[in-house]
Design a protein. Structure first.
Length: 335
């Protein structure tokens, strides 16, 4: 997603002791970076093959979902006029269905068609810089969005209006799930995978201890670990306003946009972390909860059994609230 690239500090990345060795590699992707740390040996393919497999998936995801390249599937779809249809890959169709599900569950707080708002506020690839648009400009942009204006017809995706899609809120989580499935099919049974801040963890380290992931406090000045979780078989995603924003007259304008108002979120929620068995689900839900805000977001998480950690700005510093499912996970129970 166009997001504050979530700085999730990862602890315990150097494995020691006897047993299978740790291998690692990484590189640039989606305007940020990816990394993989895993236990080698035991029939796991060579590092070069794994790296090629991972980067092939990342390249395919970028070619389908990046709005920052004009030749991607989504960019070409976005250029089509109202009433047009286009053949859509199975992965695109799956993410459109998932996006529609989140939109319905949240009564429109999540919407894959917010690209015109991103451009208007200066966060998109074609924008002319960050600025506060007029009420008239916001109203005009809102006429160009709406997830209900999309429909699937077999293998085609159609749009009733000249809307534009933005998959940034779920594309990285989708990439993580695809890579994780491929790694496991190749025999990798212990790994910590990070794609632009979206994580998936499986297995244990060489000494039998769990992988530990530190959730970063939402600070502008430095990186500080706020909570540490021992995870196995989970994905993790954080959305926040502390990396990608601009200020005008002392007011912060976050890159997280509320499709219902056409403007950046205006509450005091600084970040939301979601833990789920699926990194894709965690990715989408962290954005959804960030839009809903601290009160409605926490209520939504409790209603739907979501493991979520909310960090809001208080008068005397940051205040954290965790859903019951997150508290159980942190205590070591499966939510």
């Amino acid at each position: 997603m166009s997001r504050a690239w979530l700085a999730l500090l990862m602890l315990g990345l150097v494995l020691t002791g006897c047993g299978r060795p740790v291998e690692e590699f990484g590189g640039p992707t989606m305007g940020s970076r990816y990394s993989l740390k895993y236990l080698a040996g035991g029939g796991v393919p060579e590092r070069a093959r794994l790296k090629a497999e991972v980067e092939a998936i990342l390249a395919e995801v970028d070619a389908q979902f990046s709005t920052w390249r004009s030749d991607s599937w989504v960019s070409r779809f976005n250029q089509l006029p109202a009433g047009a249809c286009a053949a859509a890959p199975a992965t695109v169709r799956a993410l459109v269905r998932f996006g529609a599900e989140l939109a319905e569950r949240s009564e429109g707080a999540f919407d894959l068609t917010v690209e015109p708002l991103r451009e208007l506020w200066g966060f998109g690839p074609q924008s002319r810089g960050e600025r506060v648009p007029s009420a008239q400009e916001i109203a005009a942009a809102r006429t160009q969005i709406g997830y209900r204006q999309l429909r699937l017809e077999g293998e085609r995706l159609c749009k009733a209006t000249a809307l534009q899609l933005d998959f940034d809120s779920i594309a990285a989580g989708h990439a993580v799930e695809r890579i994780a499935a491929r790694l496991e099919a190749l025999g990798v049974d212990s790994y910590l995978l990070d794609v632009t801040g979206e994580l998936k963890v499986r297995g244990r380290k060489a000494d039998g201890s769990p992988w530990r992931v530190a959730i970063e406090a939402p600070r502008d000045d430095r990186r500080v670990a706020q909570r540490v979780l021992a995870l196995d078989g989970y994905g993790l995603s954080t959305s926040g306003d502390y990396r990608n924003y601009f200020e005008v007259d002392g007011r912060r304008y976050s890159h997280t946009l509320d499709p219902r108002s056409g403007a950046p979120v205006a509450h005091d929620l600084a970040s939301v972390t979601v833990v789920d068995r699926s990194a894709l689900v965690a990715d989408g839900l962290s954005t959804l909860l960030m839009v809903l805000g601290p009160q409605r977001g926490l209520a939504f998480a409790e209603e739907q059994g979501i493991a979520a950690l909310f960090v809001r700005r208080g008068a005397d510093g940051f205040v954290t609230e965790a859903s019951e499912a997150f508290q159980r996970l942190e205590a070591g129970a499966v939510p």
